[in-house]
Every structure is written in structure tokens, then in C-alpha cells.
Design a protein around this ligand. Structure first.
Ligand code: ZN
Length: 325
């Protein structure tokens, strides 16, 4: 069984230490987030995670995209839409993804393209890589204040324009070496989203991609599970530890050829789960779908956890997966 993360990791920024870094800082070119990214990657690799992220250290899942996509902006921390949304002429996350690959490759040869099972779509054991993460168009559109250009009553046009902008970002990430693209759509479980438009948007993003695509949805899924199964994605990644009622879904469903990202640790608390607690959730998934169709991961991003808790949670999850394999 493979292991992964949803994405974000506690952010511990760096200070300039070497002379070269101090010179960079004096010129305003020191990037404190590089240290945060390296730490997130190092912790994930050392905990034994197979498909890691760059830690999404540069801001929240909304800020990172709203501050870069043309037509969007930030009002404080609130995303706003103030003009026609078009694809960005440069990538939002490709440089960080490349750095994550390089940092991981130094720690473990399995993350090096020439040695790992890169771009192996079967997700066999031994597969290692860095995922490219995109905040979904529906979640971005529903989180934003519409100031100009679009009709406030009809968000479909915004969602579709965002899908084309995010499709370009998915291509940048694929070219940078992403093992897969994950689209985060937490708003699909809120009851506010138009699922049909969300599905159409996802199909735009996945068009012509040669790497697999995953969709992450957290929250209570009991009312929308059947609709989520209709999305054309390779992996459906959901929360099961912090939303125990989602576990009922596992009892009577099929995956329609998808893999299931089975959230088995609660990302809303620093409390560390026991092996037994994690095993109970994973065993349920394995029993119904088979080990080869389950990917173990936390429920959601871990940005708000302490670094110690985030690391320990990953470590105990990997340990449990090894016991079960
Ligand atoms: Zn989530």
C-alpha cells in the first residue's frame, strides 16, 4: 500500500545564515520559504512517505493561486475576482516542485527520475514522486469575492475560466516532473457547489495530461459520494478519520476503477493516533477494495499542526501501513 500526504505542512521559514544568504537578504533576494519547503520535504521523506508534496509553504491554498492568476487578487487574505480570468504566463508552483524533487532525491535515490518508478501509472509498491497540487476551480470561485467583470449570480463562467487557467498550471507542473496532479475541491462537500459544473471543470484540467489525476474532497461525503464517483479521476482522496460517518460509505460501494486515497489520520488535531486506530480504518478499505486500490494519507493538509505532531502522525501512519502490508 502506498502512502501520500494531502499537501500542506507546518511552515517554518528560514533566516539568512551563510554569508551568501546574508548578501542575498541585503539585496532583498533571500527566500525564507525555501527552508520551509526543504524541511517539509525532508520530514515527509524521512517519515517514509511515497508520494510527497512541496509542503505548500507559500500561503494558504487560496492565497497561493489568487495572488498569481490574472484576473484574481487578494483583499487582505480574502481572494477577489476583479477582471477576466486567464492562464498565467508563468507557473505558480513548478519551481517549488522542482526544488522538492531535488531535495527528496538527495535524501533518497528512489525520488530521482532515473532510479525511481517515475511516471509508473500503476502505482506499484516502490513508486515515489512529488505531486503537483492545484486548488480546484469550484473551491476558488466559491471562496472569492466578485468585484468586477463577472455576474455575481452565475459562477459557472468563472469556474470554467478558472479551469482553463488551472489546466495551464497542471501542464507546467507535469513538465516540471510531477508524478500526478491533485485537484483540491473541499467545497464539493459543502452543499454550495454545482457538481455538474465542477465535473466539467475537472475534465478541462485533465484533458491531454499524461500523468494521473487525483481529486481531494474533505468534509461529510455521505450525501455526495455517488456523484464524486462520476468524476473522471484516477484517485479519489477523502477524509475518513475525522469524519467517522464517511466510513459507512466504504461498506457498500465500488470505486469504478479508481484508487481511493483513504484519509486515516485526523489533520484537525495534534493528538497522535495509535497504530490500532489507523489500522481499523485502513483494514476496512483493504477488505472492500483490496490493498492495491488503497493509498493511505492524512485527512487533509497539516499546515495548522505543530511540526512535531505532523511528523509523528506521518511516521505512525507509515509504520501501520508496513504492519498491514
Ligand atoms: Zn481537505
Amino acid at each position: 500500500m502506498l502512502t501520500t500526504v494531502v499537501g500542506s505542512y507546518p511552515v517554518i521559514t528560514g533566516c539568512p545564515e551563510s554569508i551568501a544568504e546574508k548578501i542575498k537578504a541585503s539585496l532583498g533576494r533571500f527566500d525564507p520559504f525555501e527552508a520551509a519547503l526543504d524541511l517539509a520535504v525532508t520530514d515527509q521523506v524521512q517519515a517514509g512517505i511515497d508520494v510527497i508534496s512541496d509542503g505548500q509553504v507559500r500561503g494558504s491554498m487560496l492565497e497561493i493561486f489568487a495572488q498569481t492568476i490574472p484576473g484574481m487578487g487578494l483583499d487582505g487574505k480574502k481572494p477577489v475576482i476583479e477582471g477576466k480570468i486567464i492562464p498565467s504566463p508563468y507557473s505558480i508552483g513548478a519551481a517549488d516542485l522542482k526544488r522538492a524533487l531535488k531535495t527528496a532525491g538527495k535524501l533518497s535515490p528512489a525520488f530521482r527520475k532515473e532510479e525511481g518508478l517515475f511516471h509508473d501509472h500503476t502505482f506499484r509498491d516502490g513508486f515515489k514522486g512529488v505531486k503537483g497540487i492545484i486548488t480546484g476551480p469550484t473551491t476558488l470561485a466559491l471562496s472569492s469575492l466578485i468585484k468586477d467583470f463577472y455576474n455575481k449570480e452565475n459562477r459557472e463562467e468563472i469556474i470554467i475560466d478558472l479551469a482553463w487557467a488551472l489546466k495551464k498550471e497542471a501542464e507546467y507542473l507535469e513538465n516540471a516532473g510531477a508524478a500526478l496532479i491533485q485537484v483540491d475541491e473541499p467545497f464539493l462537500s459543502t452543499g454550495m457547489a454545482d457538481i455538474k459544473t465542477a465535473r466539467k471543470a475537472l475534465e478541462i484540467i485533465r484533458r491531454n495530461l499524461s500523468i494521473p489525476i487525483a481529486m481531494h474532497v474533505c468534509g461529510d461525503l455521505t450525501g455526495i459520494w455517488e456523484e464524486l464517483l462520476q468524476f473522471k479521476v484516477d484517485i479519489l482522496d477523502c477524509e475518513f478519520a475525522g469524519q467517522p460517518k464517511n466510513q459507512q460509505i466504504l461498506e457498500n460501494t465500488e470505486l469504478n476503477g479508481k484508487k481511493l486515497g483513504l484519509g486515516c489520520i485526523d489533520s484537525k488535531t495534534d493528538e497522535i493516533e495509535s497504530n490500532k486506530q489507523i489500522a481499523q480504518i485502513l483494514e476496512k478499505g483493504v477488505e472492500v477494495f483490496g490493498e492495491e486500490n488503497i493509498i493511505a494519507d492524512p485527512d487533509c493538509g497539516m499546515r495548522l499542526r505543530s511540526r512535531e505532531a505532523a511528523y509523528s502522525k506521518l511516521e505512525v501512519m507509515v509504520e501501520t501501513v508496513k504492519w498491514l502490508s
